[in-house]
Design a protein around this ligand. Structure first.
Ligand code: NAP
Length: 539
């Protein structure tokens, strides 16, 4: 049995040896040697809270803990820098499709966004700055991918295995998100391909595309951003499309110096703009969840956009979406359609039969020679690998319990998994607005839980099965009439069992309302076996 090794620093903070040793350095490029540190942590070190991941979710959680005076936590990061999806997705043209002022922490506004829709380098930089300025960096352990987390009932704590350490924690917060594991389809013959292959979320910047014959598979949110950027470079570009998407015009523009000065001088103005953007997108929920007439306008705009940008009727017909707008994520782009009309580009709509050493063969028998294959094929969302790595009270993993259909209470807590919180868990995804809003609501919920645990001297909390079941019945009933479930498309929102276990079915402010207070009546709680950790009262 491992023993707790809390020590108290001179400043009165409870710290775990090694966890605050400053063993991470921001700004170190990912993939350059092992992270420096002051020695490996003790083999069975104990921390109060372990957070997995350092994207918006992990960092947001850590910042709120720190602000509440809780310092006994570590962030376990598989890579060598912070940023999550905004570190990994560095493909050309990567840009957020939610406006900058909304796609950021409410407590850390950035008056200096250079564009109304931020590009990946600027968001990544923002996250690195947040980690630095809020004092999170010393808590981060790089190269610490969570390989397994098991609930040890006798000790009432989690045991976490990473490649270089084993540690125990009273509480785990998973901040790994849903878009962290690239999905590459198992196309026959892929292993025999002799050229270069990579996924959009692991772009090989060392591979020169100049003059190459490139196949890009998928036409989702990522592909429509990188296709226009690589098209001028390559000799030939084959864009393999399975389902045409709804694409609306982009309103991205540079933010003027005057605007930035105003935001800096008048933070309330930036808050007002943020609020305006929030409500401007929130009304879409009405259309997406049932009032279909409201989706006529976006559909009209999409159809007109396609008509204006693609003159060739045959190409236009193949790009025309055949499901209701909003069923899949609505994409925005001004340069994807024009890129497809360039002479070195071919839109391929026949299915892929097989990949050979130097070519791709489609179902019509045509063979196209290619040097490089880029997969813009999305992520493992409803079959996220983290589910295989978390083992609960009865010894089963999340994956074994879920059986392909993830579910939780408020997308955050799960029966059988005491003291385990999942940020951006099942049914907290969004198609229309900023997930940072959802993350902040969940973080506030976790903070309220920690306060309740401290105030009542609780050691464990576990959501009641009937509460989780009722929540999911209600969520699924609400989803039934939405465009995501009934809009006539096959999307990654729907899991292997045909259930929508990805999206929140309502207004996001309703989610915030529901997570505003941690209600202990929804949980089975057990008293702490040791003295309370000293969590400060509500901020
Ligand atoms: P995606 O939206 O899931 O798109 C994947 C694409 O690959 C789809 O066109 C899909 O076709 C195609 N595909 C998948 N498997 C295939 C197969 N076996 N054969 C042929 N085609 C296949 O993935 P993504 O573009 O990486 O985006 C994922 C999510 O990341 C987005 O929905 C969004 O939430 C997020 N994202 C956001 C931004 C942003 O601006 N904020 C940017 C990029 C990504 P089907 O449609 O037929 O399935």
């Amino acid at each position: 049995m491992s023993t707790s090794t809390h020590v108290t620093s001179s400043g009165g903070e409870t710290v775990a040896p090694g966890s605050l040793a400053g063993n991470g350095r921001l700004g170190r490029a990912a993939g350059r040697g092992p992270a420096p540190g002051r020695g490996r942590p003790a083999p069975s070190e104990h921390v109060h809270i372990a957070i997995a991941g350092t994207g918006f979710a992990g960092l947001g959680m850590a910042i709120r803990l720190k602000q509440a005076g809780i310092h006994d936590f570590v962030l376990l990061e598989r890579a060598r820098d912070v940023g999550g999806t905004w570190r990994d997705n560095s493909y050309p043209g990567c840009q957020c499709d939610v406006p900058s002022h909304l796609y950021s922490f409410s407590f850390a506004p950035n008056p200096d966004w250079s564009r109304t829709y931020s590009r990946q380098p600027e968001i990544w930089e923002y996250l690195r700055r947040c980690a630095q300025e809020f004092g999170i960096v010393p808590h981060i352990r790089y190269d610490h991918e969570v390989q397994m987390a098991e609930w040890i009932e006798d000790e009432r704590r989690w045991r976490i295995q990473t490649p270089s350490s084993t540690l125990t924690a009273d509480i785990i917060v998973s901040g790994v998100g849903a878009l962290s594991e690239p999905s590459i389809p198992a196309i026959p013959g892929l292993a025999d391909f002799q050229g270069k292959v990579f996924h959009s979320a692991a772009w090989d910047h060392g591979h020169d595309l100049q003059g190459k014959r490139v196949a890009s598979i998928g036409t989702g949110a990522s592909a429509i951003q990188y296709v226009p950027r690589i098209q001028p470079e390559v000799d030939r570009l084959y864009v393999f499309q399975r389902t045409p998407a709804w694409i609306l015009p982009h309103t991205d523009r540079p933010v003027s110096r005057l605007e930035r000065r105003l935001y800096r001088a008048l933070p309330a103005l930036q808050r007002l703009v943020r609020r305006g953007i929030y409500w401007g997108r929130e009304w879409l929920v009405l259309g997406l969840t049932g009032h279909r007439a409201l989706m006529r306008l976006p559909a009209q705009i999409g159809r007109r956009h396609l008509r204006h940008q693609v003159a060739d009727p045959d190409l236009r017909a193949r790009l025309k979406p055949r499901y209701q707008v909003g069923c899949k994520r609505i994409l925005i782009s001004n340069d994807f359609y024009p890129a497809l009309t360039q002479p070195n580009v071919e839109l391929v709509t026949d299915g892929i039969r097989e990949i050979r050493a130097h070519s791709i063969v489609t179902t019509d028998g045509a063979e196209r020679e290619v040097d490089t294959i880029i997969f813009g094929t999305g992520f493992h969302v409803t079959d996220m690998p983290v589910a295989e790595r978390v083992r609960g009270r009865d010894g089963r993993t999340l994956d074994e319990i879920w059986q392909g259909s993830p579910e939780a209470y408020l997308g955050t807590t799960i029966t059988g998994f005491p003291n385990f919180f999942m940020l951006l868990g099942p049914n907290t995804g969004l198609g229309h607005t900023s997930v940072v809003f959802m993350i902040e609501a969940q973080v506030a919920y976790v903070m309220d839980c920690l306060r309740a645990m401290d105030a009542r001297g609780l050691g464990t909390v576990e959501v009641r099965p009937e509460v989780q079941a009722a929540f999911n019945r209600e969520t699924q009933a609400q989803l039934r009439r939405t465009v995501w479930n009934a809009g006539g498309c096959a999307s990654w929102y729907i899991d292997a069992n045909g259930r929508n276990s990805t999206l929140w079915p309502d207004f996001t402010w309703r989610y915030r309302q529901r997570t505003a207070r941690f209600d202990l009546r929804d949980y089975v709680a057990e008293p702490s076996r040791t003295a309370p950790a000293g969590v400060p009262a509500a901020a």
